[in-house]
Design a protein around this ligand. Structure first.
Ligand code: SAM
Length: 360
């Protein structure tokens, strides 16, 4: 039995988690998940909580109402459903949120999931984080086989950082990044390009990140979940950001795909990689290999579409996995060809779910 007392200090969230029962390994092989467009689903993103210690202005509203904790999948259920996906050929798991590292006892889930790395069933176990808890958890994550982490950081200006996140401290995140790098974890920075907020800072952030050997990816703001402001005010097309960068840097397109939606260029002056995630100006769906599980166990086939399958009900209906497998298989047959975000149509939000529920 795993020690449930570990890592409770400073946790923002509590769970009703009971100890993991002895769960089977993903040794059994089951049918791979292939959607109607012949895309193999090998990448699962799992939101483990909708809670976050930040309230980024483009992501959440200031008075965000979080879900009752009983609605969330327990750590044991998260472990179980992950195993089932791995048995069906998923090779990459990304833990996200909300802020995944504020979920109480989250290291127990990482510890459980790391057995799939050890067995060779999984290629990668990774997470997306705001970095606020990384200084505390980086050494353990590295021990458990986490080799790469995405840290979301939109500015290097401490005042602007406080304004965007409404409560974050830049120095804490920078210390987290440093701890991850020291632990041997490769850090990639994700920055949402925000018109009038960080748009003129992008070249400096890029130079800083590449100077430390970190790749950086720019993300277009997406119309997910209602917030106080109109996102069309914040929307900066990455085509514009890229044109501006090209005035200063030579960008050479790279064929690299990391299993995610970013398209990469090499920045010749820095030697580093820069990614662009452009759901609004460029559709990247043709190579989509992923599905997303929300913290309440809803399996979304596409970030930009509403169709979902209720895996929580399937998990709770029976201790056997047959219904879970069947529900997943049926859902995959409904994976849409692509999403259709259009920022002009996105008032107040094209998709009512906040990114924090579905997971970034
Ligand atoms: N808390 C973690 C973090 O900060 O990385 C993980 C969850 S967060 C929702 C994941 C990513 O989604 C972050 O990079 C965040 O900036 C981005 N994000 C949130 N809302 C967004 C939106 N409406 N459009 C584009 N990106 C968004």
């Amino acid at each position: 039995m795993l020690d449930l007392s570990a890592n409770k200090a400073n946790s923002v969230e509590s769970t009703d988690a009971t100890a993991f029962r002895t769960a089977p390994d993903a040794s059994a092989r089951h049918a791979p998940l292939v959607d109607p467009f012949r895309r193999a689903i090998t990448y699962l993103r799992i939101s483990v909580t909708d809670r976050c210690d930040f309230r980024c202005a483009y992501c959440m509203s200031e008075d965000m109402q979080f879900l009752p904790k009983r609605n969330l999948l327990s750590l044991e259920e998260l472990d179980r459903v992950s195993r089932v996906f791995v048995e069906h050929g998923v090779r990459k798991l990304r833990i996200t949120g909300g802020e995944p590292l504020v979920r109480r006892d989250i290291m127990q889930l990482f510890r459980r999931l790391s057995r799939h790395l050890a067995s060779g069933a999984l290629d990668e176990l990774t997470l997306t984080t705001n970095g606020s808890q990384l200084a505390r958890f980086a050494p353990e994550l590295a021990d458990l086989g986490v080799r790469r982490v995405n840290v979301s950081l939109d500015t290097l200006d401490a005042d602007k950082f406080r304004a965007i996140t409404r409560r974050g401290e830049l120095s804490v995140v920078l210390a987290g990044i440093e701890a991850a790098r020291k632990a041997g974890i490769k850090v990639k920075l994700n920055a949402v390009a925000l018109k009038g907020v960080n748009e003129h800072e992008i070249p400096d952030m890029l130079t800083w990140a590449h100077g430390l050997g970190m790749d950086m990816t720019l993300i277009e703001v997406m119309p997910l979940g209602e917030i106080e402001t109109d996102r069309t005010d914040q929307f900066l097309p990455l085509s514009v950001a890229r044109e501006r960068l090209e005035e200063r840097f030579s960008l050479t397109p790279l064929p690299d795909r990391t299993g995610g939606p970013a398209r990469y260029v090499r920045v010749e002056e820095t030697g580093g990689r820069l990614g662009f995630i452009t759901p609004l100006t460029h559709n990247f769906c043709e190579s989509c290999n992923r599905v997303r599980l929300t913290c309440t166990g809803q399996l979304y086939l596409c970030l930009g579409q509403e169709d979902a399958a209720d895996l929580r009900a399937a998990l709770r209906a029976s201790p056997e996995d047959a219904l879970v497998r069947q529900t997943i298989a049926e859902a995959i047959t409904r994976k849409p060809k692509g999403h259709d975000f259009v920022i002009e149509r996105a008032r107040p939000a094209a998709v009512p779910r906040h990114m924090s529920v579905t997971g970034g």
